[in-house]
Design a binder for this molecule. Sequence first.
Ligand code: PDD
Length: 285
Amino acid sequence: MTLTAWVNGRFLPLDEATVHIEDRGFQFADGVYEVIACFGGTFLDMDAHLKRLQRSAESINIDLPMTLPELATLIEQTYNHNPFDDAMIYVQVTRGAAPRSHLPNAGLTPTMVITSRHLPMPSAEKISDGINAITLEDMRWKRCDIKSIALLTSVIGKQEAAYRGADETFWLDADGHLLEGCATNCFAAINGVLVTHPLDHQVLGGITRRMVLSVARTHGITVQERPWMLSEAELTECMMSSTTNAVMPVCHINGEVVGTGEPGPMAIQLRNWLLDEFDKLKRHS
Ligand code: PDD
């Protein structure tokens, strides 16, 4: 199936959907993005994603070229051109194209691109064995709360993880606290409490993170948003979350087992509760 993308006002076959070589996204990574899941035609927390996109764009002084309801309609139309049962929508907005200059000219027309494609689910093996992660000292910028397209450190983190036979890198602050992954938020079960780093400039406010904390609280699990370390005595499980993974147990970090080395009960429960929520969405669509 040939994918159709929306680019600057037009639906085009993916191969023909191109942007200017002087686009500031290409030259300066001067832009922001979102990844939204869609199950059976129902978008997962579209409003939250669009609001985060707007917040990210405002943080770098880009005006979105349309209102959020207009953008939601365009996203739906792009999905309808590529109607996968499990779909992943990518929206990118850059400041626009202009002769290269670090200081952007005022009044540029933002470039906007939307794609929709199949969302691959984690393999059964990964779900039953858990994720293998490594940690590295955080070398990213100090505004990780902005969903910027400048993802070079994420690329390096993923490459280093792959080189060491792992799937994800979790970033550590200078004191050794786990912040988040290259493209995931991370959590621990510590003494039966679900713990994750608080929202600040060092982590992205994940939409899935918010859902995970919400289903945990609904089911009576205590949640603490505080800095945490792998060396904490009562730590029994680790897990990570993202739009593309839901919740995944993390069973090995830096080659050492976490807890029993098998997916723990809290990660399994949270994953199942979250997938139940997604199923409800599918049934209502
Ligand atoms: N990444 N932290 C980082 C650094 C991320 O890039 C992401 C998402 C998350 C999880 O956010 P959410 O639950 O809203 O997907 C946390 C997307 C999926 C990506 O870059 O492909």
